[in-house]
Design a protein around this ligand. Structure first.
Ligand SMILES: [Zn+2]
Ligand SMILES: [Zn+2]
Length: 161
């Protein structure tokens, strides 16, 4: 499952936290869930998944457990939210990395909206991308074959860039 083998670099606003990766798993997800909204203090987050073994973080990153399923890594100096690590064993090989924190965010176009049950009503989305709702059983069936997000990740990671 590899989306892109071009090197990617990025980091926080002040530059104290940096990352580089040699492979990427998916294109960008636009996530409207409340955790992403609160963590970024914005209407949505934009993240792409990377294999952990292909992703190198440098600097003094801090982790905040934003929910039972994930920790969010941020720069303690400037506060930029850079990366998410998941607890579920099925997802433990991934990092979700802010596309906007990349040095070249244009290089990773959005491929789907997720968590649209929390999308702000005044935000109009008509870009034709798939819109996925997080099911209420999301936490229980996180790694199941019929988990919509798990499905979407597999689909995105095998689609041609
Ligand atoms: Zn910083
Ligand atoms: Zn989210």
């Amino acid at each position: 499952m590899e989306k892109d083998s071009k090197p990617a670099t990025g980091g926080c606003q002040c530059g104290a936290v940096r990352f580089e990766a040699c492979r990427r798993l998916t294109g960008a997800f636009i996530c409207h869930c409340r955790m992403c909204q609160r963590s970024t203090a914005s209407a949505f987050s934009v993240n792409a998944l990377y294999p952990r073994d292909a992703f190198k973080l440098t600097g003094d990153i801090r982790w905040y457990a934003s929910s039972d399923i994930a920790d969010r890594g941020f720069c303690p100096n400037c506060g930029t939210s850079v990366v998410i690590r998941y607890h579920a064993p099925e997802w433990s090989g991934w990092f979700a990395v802010s596309v906007i924190a990349h040095d070249d965010p244009e290089s990773i176009p959005a491929e789907a909206h997720v968590g649209v049950e929390s999308k702000l009503s005044w935000l109009n989305v008509d870009d034709g991308l798939p819109c996925i709702t997080y099911p209420e059983t999301f936490l229980e069936d996180i790694g199941a074959d019929d988990n919509k997000i798990f499905h979407l990740v597999n689909e995105m990671s095998t689609r041609e860039p």
